[in-house]
Design a protein around this ligand. Structure first.
Ligand code: HPA
Ligand code: ZN
Length: 347
């Protein structure tokens, strides 16, 4: 099962690039940029990864990214993600970034986006992984700050496929950003939002009705509301689910309690993703393998999850058809005959 979890070609649709910042790279960049870290070693930092909820994670997440200063830093961060993603069967990625977490520290918007974009282009050439950026607004910041960020992004519209909403959910409902999202839609961007991770189903309704989201990020608490489940199914709104994240941030008690199987049973377009893999114990293939094992999912469910990832991706129809065809080939060939190298284009 683990081999299939890695081998199947898949799109990753919920990964925060700042959440792929591995402790070794954090220390290397801290040293290069002469920034002091409040941890004595890589191991000491890793030992601090004990979270009780979303907020307890966010504190560390924002502290670590303080060492990201230069365009090269952002490029190296994204390179490291793509190298890992490739080993996990990722052929397409839609990657969140948090510009306000950097501009608030005096790092220019263009430093962030130029660094990330150089890695996007190089990974397409080197690994054949296609990708786009999703610009997230920090929902615990003001709507005015989000608007400033949106305007900074306008010259880079082509690199950004959608805008999203992340950070501390409870108390910061989607309605706070309705005007900003209307503007983003008018600029031609798609919209997504974290909703129903810690927040109630009402936040998912708001994301759909007020922010006109094309996908819901997490959305696991949607299952508490049968009418919402019916709407997500009828309108085929995908959910980007992150099983290992949900355990680490105590959205669920254990992986065995994870509602992913129920979501598939309800015929929701659920996808599996890594969220912040450097912090939560695994990349996307690891998430596929762990949740399949814990929930006893049949091999066909892994194929469904990979298919859902392409159905939910923001790509044009020919690209989607090509990825689905590639998945069809991979899911019918005998696992023993397929080496990991067949997961990505050799081109
Ligand atoms: N939820 C909300 N905001 C985030 C997360 C998350 O899981 N990861 C990074 N920012
Ligand atoms: Zn997330």
């Amino acid at each position: 099962m683990r081999a299939a979890a890695f081998r199947l070609p898949k799109a990753e649709l919920h990964v925060h690039i700042e959440g792929t910042f591995e402790p070794e790279l954090i220390f290397a960049l801290a040293e290069r940029n002469r920034v002091a870290l409040p941890y004595a070693s890589v191991d000491a930092l890793r030992r601090a990864y004990q979270f009780t909820d979303l907020q307890s994670f966010l504190g560390l997440y924002y502290a670590a990214m303080n060492v990201l200063r230069t365009e090269r830093d952002f490029a190296e961060l994204a390179h490291a993600y793509f190298a890992r993603a490739r080993e996990q069967g990722v052929v397409h990625a839609e990657i969140f970034f948090d510009p306000q977490a950097h501009t608030a520290r005096g790092v220019a918007f263009e430093t962030v986006i130029d660094g990330l974009w150089s890695a996007v282009r190089e990974s397409e050439q080197r690994y054949g992984i296609t990708s786009k950026l999703i610009m997230c607004f920090l929902r615990d910041q003001s709507a005015e700050s989000a608007l400033v960020t949106l305007e900074q992004a306008l010259p880079y519209g082509e690199r950004i496929v959608a805008v999203g909403l992340d950070s501390a959910e409870v108390g910061n409902p989607p309605s706070k950003f309705q005007r900003i999202f209307e503007r983003a839609l008018a600029e031609g961007w798609k919209t997504v939002a974290h909703a129903g991770e810690e927040g109630p189903p009402a936040y998912v309704w708001e994301a759909l009705d007020l922010l006109q989201v094309s996908r819901v990020d997490h959305g696991v608490r949607s299952l508490e509301d049968p009418r919402l489940v019916a709407r997500l199914r009828d309108e085929r709104i995908p959910l980007t689910v992150c099983p290992l994240s949900n355990v680490k941030l105590r959205v669920v008690d254990t992986l065995r309690d994870h509602p992913l199987a129920r979501m598939l049973g309800e015929r929701l377009i659920a996808t599996v993703n890594s969220d912040d893999p450097a912090y939560f114990g695994g990349y996307v293939g690891d998430n596929f393998a762990a949740v399949a094992d814990a929930l006893d999912l049949p091999p066909s469910a892994l194929v469904t999850l990979a298919r859902n990832s392409f159905e939910a991706a923001f790509v044009d129809a020919p690209t989607r058809a090509a990825y689905l065809a590639r998945l069809a080939v991979a899911s019918t060939s005998a696992p023993a005959a397929a080496s990991p190298a067949t997961v990505v284009d050799e081109a």
